[in-house]
Design a protein around this ligand. Sequence first.
Ligand SMILES: C[S@@+](CC[C@H](N)C(=O)[O-])C[C@H]1O[C@@H](n2cnc3c(N)ncnc32)[C@H](O)[C@@H]1O
Length: 271
Amino acid sequence: MNDEKAYWDNRYEEETTGWDLGAVSPPLKEYFDQLTTKDIAILIPGAGNAYEAAYLHDNGFSNVTVVDISEIPLNNFKKNHPTFPSERLIHQDFFKHKGEYDLIIEQTFFCSFNPSRMNRVKYTTKMLSLLKPDGKLVGLWFNIPLDATTEKRPYGGTKKEYLSYFAPSFEVLTFKPAHNSYIERDGKEFFAILKKRNIKKQQNNPLHGITLKHILEHLVAVYGWERMDQEVRINCFAINPAIKSSLRFLRKTPWAREKVERLYLKSLKEK
Ligand SMILES: C[S@@+](CC[C@H](N)C(=O)[O-])C[C@H]1O[C@@H](n2cnc3c(N)ncnc32)[C@H](O)[C@@H]1O
């Protein structure tokens, strides 16, 4: 956490916060305005100055939690919004956060991680673990395809790439270019509503639509190779482990594949 924390503290201290809209993001405001149940549990990770949290609070939403790795914006927020419950302003690494939410809001958070496939799977997996069954991840993701020249934040992606992370574990209710973005982001972001797949409801085939590659990437992000090796004793997890060689082995070894799939389902049930 220390390097990341120092990086973000520094950005706030130096006021190099080019991402900060200074107000609630319009597509999110529109989404919030049509919600009728005001006591749903909402999480805003990497919220920064948390304009979305302020808007929700001012509009009667009573169960909003904010998490950020930097204390600086949290302290500013506390000062400017004294009636917001301070125990729900959490200074923590999102990946260590525990809880159960009906709704998680994405706003310029995903794009701040180094865009490795592993980081993106880790983000998706963490979101899943924090959502209640049928919970939703809603927000904005930059429509800026990554290429070899993409060297700095915000790290975006294509719809195809995003869906490769989300579609296996979420029902994609909406994933489209936002129509009412803040002016400087016009044409540069997708608005999405992703509903966690309820594995209990697809009991007959809980692995429907989930690829073996996704399963392996998920397990590496959640457990790491060492624990995978302890859980399923196969050489490809123990010696020079890699996704490609494991895929090759598992595709031709049904008994091992079955064990790995069982481990995946177990990991989804763990908090
Ligand atoms: C690009 S800023 C966006 C802030 C805010 N969402 C906005 O749009 O104004 C990214 C935010 O994520 C926070 N952050 C980065 N990594 C984090 C982590 N692992 N856990 C919690 N917060 C993190 C940073 O401190 C920063 O406030």
